[in-house]
Ligand binder design. Structure first.
Ligand SMILES: O=C(O)c1ccccc1NCC(=O)[C@H](O)[C@H](O)COP(=O)(O)O
Length: 224
């Protein structure tokens, strides 16, 4: 297993990933508030899409110990290579239709830990997880995007958290999908998640992060 340098938050506390960052002040706000992971979206159709140069500047703002994650959607080897050549990263998040074999290939070629997103709308969707656990370092248990959605994630939609209440997987996993400062404590209570990921829920408009919402989200996860 590849390990990553995540060293944030209280020991045993729930770790937070703030995804879809596009501005240095939001990187600093998320890191200062205690985020363990910072996500940069490489998907041109997204309002959170960043160029390689932008991502490099954002990643260089992150303090040591905060994991910098590139979110990729069915990226080619050439695309991944171009990103890795410029951006100091700690992890790749695969958010497309990558097969388990492709996940293993990307992990081997990049030398980085990979987190595979699995979309959940109903109990049957959880059956996809074991095959990805075998090849990925982490699993992102996210809401499944609607069929007609432009984005395969980051839509601010939740799934029924009761579907995974009490579930345990062999690999570390993160809960995502429609989390907000107002509902994340309940989501953690119901699911037992040790890591949570948010994008839309800390935005004032699509792609526009809000520092106060970032702080409120992390405070709701890590009270006191
Ligand atoms: O955020 C995007 O624009 C995006 C585009 C393409 C694939 C995935 C995308 N986002 C995923 C995430 O930001 C998170 O990992 C997660 O799905 C939470 O999203 P949200 O429901 O908005 O909190």
């Amino acid at each position: 297993m590849v390990t990553i340098a995540v060293n944030r938050g209280r020991p045993g506390g729930v770790r937070v990933k703030i995804c879809g960052l596009t501005r240095p002040e939001h990187v600093r706000a998320a890191a200062d508030a205690g985020a363990a992971y910072l996500g940069f979206v490489f998907f041109p159709k997204s309002p959170r899409n960043v160029s390689i140069a932008q991502a490099r500047d954002l990643a260089l703002e992150a303090p040591i110990g905060v994991a910098k994650v590139a979110l990729l959607v069915d990226a080619t080897d050439a695309e991944i290579g171009a990103i890795l050549a410029e951006v100091p990263l700690d992890m790749l998040q695969l958010h497309g239709k990558e097969s388990p074999a492709r996940v293993a290939e990307i992990r081997a070629r990049s030398g980085l830990p990979v987190m595979k997103a699995v979309g959940v709308a109903e109990a049957a969707d959880l059956a996809a997880i074991p095959a990805y656990e075998a090849v990925a370092d982490q699993i992102l248990v996210d809401a499944k995007a609607p069929k007609d959605a432009v984005l395969p994630g980051g839509n601010g939609l939740s799934f029924d958290w009761r579907l995974i209440a009490g579930r345990e997987w062999a690999k570390p996993w993160m809960l995502a999908g429609g989390l907000t400062p107002g509902n994340v404590a309940e989501a953690i209570r119901l699911t037992g998640a040790k890591q949570v990921d948010v994008s839309s829920g800390v935005e004032r408009a699509p792609g526009e992060k809000d520092e106060a919402l970032i702080r409120a989200f992390i405070a709701a996860v890590q009270p006191g």
